[in-house]
Ligand binder design. Structure first.
Ligand code: NAD
Length: 369
């Protein structure tokens, strides 16, 4: 399996494989870049072999799962570098994966063992919550290391990042609507929100308060009920949300939702939502969307509100709510710069954002050298 020559590995500073027989821990920490500051990124705890168990013997499934884990951590850590750079943070990019089903093996002992590995990186990587990890798991890690952020308790704890992510998505929608529809407010603008979980529910509230017309969907009935309690929303089936005749489609569920099957059905002229990795293939679907006249807000630029809120915790700083909010609101201006460059150069917004991020990282690295 080629690793060093792969596009995913390119430019990574350090990749660490961790194993602890006593707890069953198998983990990988990828530090893509510390040019802008210590690498910040979440811990994904995922049973990578599960996708292969139906069509391969168990040992082959495990091997394939481990290969998937390597590429996932490399891709995600690079993404964190770009996200943190575009948000203007003093954070580099990193990510970690723990291989296995968190419900089966995610014990406090295992998290403490992982905490000891993270501690040995001496602050080049700060861990946070991601898919499969919880505040309680982070708290167990924090017994072994200070290099954990996004904690619920503690002097610099910043707690749940979701409301900050939602605010960033809301201002991102405002800037996209201004750019594409020449509307300076969202009253009467129709937004279809896919997924009303931690981020989506706050986004619905912001949108309703701004006078937007809101359509939602979710696969969990109680989440739909919670969103309905916020105000007047229309509910559609999950399979129909991307095709709603609306102004803005806001993916706030899982990644990969913008693909050759869904894109031809999209009627919105703006796509702006919180989900990570919305494009099935970067550089392909964003160009497709551009050619169809759909303005795509690059996911890692618009969903940076959460990591913006965590930055101060990593640096052990106290930040006022007003300063934090002001920083999250700057996402709107950053997106406007991306949209304008895309128009000027007739190139997709995703490519433009990547190049801007690479430029910021290269300049920071040159300054450090
Ligand atoms: P969440 O799990 O709380 O919410 C996701 C929601 O989507 C859930 O209510 C789930 O039931 C629903 N869902 C799943 N599949 C669906 C489908 N096919 N159709 C409709 N609904 C579906 O997650 P979250 O924290 O709200 O994050 C949402 C997205 O934003 C994720 O992609 C996440 O990676 C990304 N993100 C979140 C944050 C944050 O601060 N929480 C920060 C950056 C990016």
């Amino acid at each position: 399996m080629p690793v060093f020559d792969s596009r995913s590995f390119q430019d990574h500073e350090q990749v660490v494989f961790c194993s602890d027989a006593a707890t069953g821990l198998k983990a990988i920490v990828a530090v893509h870049s510390t040019a802008c500051g210590p690498a910040g990124g979440g811990i994904r705890f995922w049973d990578y072999a599960a996708a292969h168990r139906n069509n391969a013997p168990s040992d082959v499934a495990e091997t394939r799962g481990e290969q998937d884990a390597v590429y996932d951590v490399l891709r995600l850590s690079r993404g964190m570098s770009y996200k943190n750079a575009m948000a203007g943070l003093r954070l580099g990019g990193g990510k970690s994966v723990i291989i296995g089903n968190p419900k089966e093996i995610g014990t406090p002992d295992l998290m403490r063992a992982f905490g000891r590995f993270v501690d040995r990186l001496s602050g080049s990587y700060y861990a946070a919550e991601d898919v499969g990890t919880s505040p309680a798991m982070l708290a167990a890690m924090a017994e072994e290391t200070n290099y954990v952020s996004g904690l619920d308790d503690g002097e610099f704890a910043t707690g749940d990042p979701s409301p900050h992510t939602a605010l960033g998505v809301f201002v991102g929608i405002q800037s996209a609507v201004k750019h594409r529809l020449q509307k300076t407010d969202l009253s009467g603008v129709h937004v279809a929100v896919q997924g009303v979980g931690h981020v989506g529910i706050y986004l619905v509230e912001y949108l309703l308060n701004a006078g937007a017309k809101v359509t939602i969907t979710d696969i969990v009935a109680s989440n739909i009920e919670a969103a309905k309690a916020k105000g007047d929303v229309t509910v559609v089936e999950p399979a129909a949300i991307h095709a709603v005749d609306c102004d803005v489609f806001a993916p706030c569920a899982l990644g990969g939702g913008l693909n050759p099957t869904t894109i031809p059905d999209i009627k919105a002229t703006v796509i702006a939502g919180a989900a990570n990795n919305q494009l099935e293939h970067e550089g392909v679907q964003d160009e497709d969307l551009r050619q169809r006249g759909i303005l795509y807000a690059p996911d890692y630029v618009i969903n940076a509100g959460g990591i913006i809120s965590v930055e101060a915790e990593v640096h052990r700083e106290k930040v006022s709510d007003a300063d934090r909010e002001a920083k999250v609101r700057r996402i709107g201006d950053t997106l406007t710069r991306v949209f304008e460059a895309s128009d000027r150069e007739s190139r997709p917004t995703g490519t433009i954002a990547n190049e801007m991020a690479e430029d910021i990282i290269a300049k920071a690295a040159a300054k450090k050298a």
